[in-house]
Design a protein around this ligand. Structure first.
Ligand code: TRH
Length: 413
């Protein structure tokens, strides 16, 4: 990492991220920024974008990521210095986003506002005055709702003084008529290699202070919000006959998990590295790692409980069974969104397995007792595992999000 040079290069991509809460907003934009730089997508006026060759930013693609909360960002990017206004990290220029923008700012050729965060007015003015103007994309939250297909790619004309700019809505999604899902080139091959490498897996578990996985043991990761369902699930794991090791990054689910395991007394002193026991359940508390480290955890487990947007997508690339704790909304809008996703996810499963999985996801999200649902894991675990693999392949059939974004820009720039 280096501090900001006084003169900055012209950027190919500007990405703006306002951290609402948690890690999803920065998680998605940081991932997008790195993929654009590493895969070398350079937008060029007149000829759309061209993909660079080679996996490094040697291709010259320059991405600037504007972030308003560097402390949250540093939790998933340990090399970042939250005290700096500007810094290069992993080939991306990270710019602290204040109320004001640096004078004489030159917008990049493509400007992505993530999740409808409002761009600074002077920056928009500079965009409007640029000739030709940048292509302006509003990257939306992921949703499986049907209306997304109708809105994906729509232009929204913006008045800027006497000038006018189009802003385009870009919706990630699960169908060919949406923007797809973020997935770096080479990710699936890396996952395959990881999951087939027994010695490597043993070394990974050892790095976490754990023995190799026993024949009849389950390893489960859990990164969710608070839910009363967690206590009942953990109780089942503790009292069941199958040995289970739970990998638990420290965070919002800690209290529910430890209480359910009858270990509430350990909550005040719990820290990363702790190894706790309750019946047949072992709990390993983990620090938050960078995103690549979290991927490796997902790839290594038999079941992953995930949340929000980005960990939910990564669990799908892990090709392992997962339960989704969706980001809760006040008016319960999230429950309909969960159902819309499950309509896609469960479509190819036999009806009994599909019903069970729908009920399990709903119970987790409604905070209900899931002990009876967990009891059916032996019946459906294998088919779920097979399904997780084919689902991961099916999702990529029409291309990942960056491939679709680049195609979209080719028709717009
Ligand atoms: O943190 P989240 O709850 O983020 C949410 C959602 O994105 C939601 O849609 C949004 O509206 C809200 O924030 C504001 O869950 P999500 O999306 O899974 O993001 C977590 C990120 O943290 C993801 O990029 C993975 C990353 N992560 C690590 O890098 N290391 C870790 O050890 C762990 C556990 C997670």
């Amino acid at each position: 990492m280096t501090t900001a040079p006084s003169a900055q290069p012209d950027f190919d991509w500007d990405i703006f991220c306002c951290v609402v809460d948690n890690f999803g907003d920065i998680g998605v934009t940081w991932r997008l920024a790195r993929q654009l730089a590493q895969e070398g997508y350079v937008p060029t006026h007149g000829s759309g974008t061209k993909a660079g060759h080679g996996p490094t930013h040697d291709s010259g693609t320059k991405v600037r990521l504007w972030v308003d909360d560097l402390a949250s960002f540093a939790r998933i990017c340990p090399g970042l210095d939250p005290a700096l206004d500007g810094q290069w990290i992993e080939g991306i220029y990270v710019q602290r986003w204040h109320d004001t923008v640096p004078p004489n700012i030159v917008p990049a050729r493509v400007v992505i506002e993530a999740f409808a965060c409002e761009l600074p007015a002077p920056f928009v003015q500079a965009m409007a005055e640029q000739s030709p103007p940048p292509c302006w994309i509003n990257l939306e939250y992921l949703s499986a709702e049907a209306w997304v297909e109708d809105c994906h790619g729509l232009a929204s004309p913006q008045r800027v003084g006497k000038l006018s700019l189009n802003k385009y809505f870009f919706f990630p999604g699960f169908t060919p008529r949406t923007g797809g899902l973020l997935c770096e080139q080479g990710l699936i091959a890396a996952r395959e290699q990881w999951q087939q490498d027994e010695a490597g897996l043993a070394a990974y578990w050892a790095s976490l202070g754990l023995p190799p996985q026993a024949e009849n043991e389950l390893r489960i990761s859990l990164f969710t919000y608070e839910s009363a369902a967690l206590g009942t699930l953990v109780q089942s794991w503790s009292q069941g006959a199958t040995p289970i090791t739970l990998l638990l990054p420290l965070g919002r689910s800690l209290r529910d998990v430890l209480t359910g395991a009858g270990l509430a007394n350990t909550i005040p002193t719990a820290q990363a590295g702790d190894l706790l026991h309750s019946g047949h359940l072992t709990i390993k508390l983990l620090p938050m790692t960078d995103q690549a480290g979290y991927d490796r955890l997902l790839w290594s487990c038999d079941l992953n409980l995930v949340r929000g947007e980005d960990s939910f997508v990564r669990a799908q690339w892990a090709a392992r069974p997962f339960l989704w704790h969706i980001y809760p909304q006040d008016d319960l809008a999230h429950i309909a969104k969960l159902d819309d996703f499950l309509d896609h996810y469960l479509a190819d499963l036999p009806p009994q397995a599909a019903q069970w999985l729908r009920a399990f996801n709903q119970a987790l999200n409604h905070g209900q007792d899931v002990r009876e649902l967990w009891a059916q894991w032996p019946q459906f675990g294998t088919i779920w595992q097979q399904h997780a693999r084919s689902w991961s392949q099916k999702l990529l059939a029409d291309g990942d999000l960056v491939t679709r974004l680049v195609k979209f820009l080719e028709s717009r720039i």
